[in-house]
Design a protein around this ligand. Sequence first.
Ligand code: PLP
Length: 456
Amino acid sequence: MTDERALLARTSEIAAQYLESLGTRPVRPDADYATMLRAVDGPVPEQGTEPLAIVDELALAAEPGLTAMGSGRYFGFVIGGALPASLAADWLVSAWDQNAGLAQPTPALSALEAVTGRWVLELLGLPAHASFAFVTGCQMAHVTSLAAARHAVYDRIGYDLRERGLAGAPPLRVVVGEHRHVTLIRALRLLGIGRAQEHVVPADSQGRMRVELLENVPTDGTPTIVCPLAGEVNTGAVDDLEGVIAAAHERGAWVHVDGAFGLWAAASPRFAHLVHGHAAADSWATDAHKWLNVPYDCGIAICAHPAMHAAAMEYAAPYLAVGGEAERDPMGYSPEFSRRARSLPAWAAIRSLGRRGIAAMIEGSCDHAVAIADGLAALPGCEILNDVVLNQVLLRFETDGRTSEILAAVQREGEAWMGPTVWESRPAIRISVSCWRTDDDDVRRTIAAFARAATA
Ligand SMILES: *Cc1c(COP(=O)(O)O)cnc(C)c1O
């Protein structure tokens, strides 16, 4: 018989040790994929192993191949860490092991999810009547919202997509910016929407959709979905949402906002102006696992037209028919049927920080981004390429060779980690500040790492 209490105590000890190592361990992994595969590969075990031995074996085996993504000096992609309360809630989600698709068997988690969704709407300044789904990430939030969008724009021309399906459906147009995120494209493909159906709007110097060029979108009655971006992954720039939404609605289009991280500017009184006008869109996709700092994975699809949302998920939505007090079935709004209660870590994150703490976290990231940009700009040959308006810093050194060398040296040293990108056809370095742990000391250590690499 497994002693579950001893097992969980040992597991929490290992987890705590890992988290305590974040301040000092190299941010990069020690071992590469090939090394890790050699170390862990083997046939299906014939015999079982004691669970207590398994957690030790797993922790020891994985250790060399982990990146300290939760470190205050990890600036790759847009990742974010895990707030302690949300990590703890995530553990309970697994311990309770509820299938949180339906309200009836697990009313506690369904009610908590309903409240969490409402809190998110309030924090992001979105319409209180909007529907939402907690999904695996922003990409699946795109899939969910765009399915609702497509259902709605066809519905407006009297084409019943549920009844008649895609084969033989009237043409559809999706307007995207030149700097659209790759996951938006993947979402379109998963929905059977091809490249020829995309109308690409050129970008300005910060990667924003040039709103005046929306004039060139034909007004031919084709059902249209317009997808502005709140938070370009290199620059953090936000499209002129008010302008894009007005132009799109004038044409009868549905507006879907990719706000994976940038939408969280709305949660800060200091930065909300960046997303001004965002609440007039028809749907939004965002992440909790990025800037809200909940553990992977949690994205959120939000829709201002709940009936369209539910219809696209092929859900009868009794909740819509009888009002807000009725049971809300999470699966009615998400593409998953069986699902974990992935909203609970978001509930705990919001519960632990409150509105003020979330604003402070967002503002702290942005302030640290400015401090990093200022510190790096003082290094010889370093050029900051973006207006540091949010949490992203984009930079390069005087030659492409030096940009790549300096980045590789910083990554190798292990004091901090950030990734490469290509900006205006040349290599560049992108720094994304999105972890709750990042503090002034992390900023100082990161600038110092660059200074060492640049003078080596
Ligand atoms: C990260 C990101 C996505 C995709 O989010 P996932 O959670 O990885 O699916 C979409 N759009 C933007 C702008 C992003 O930064």
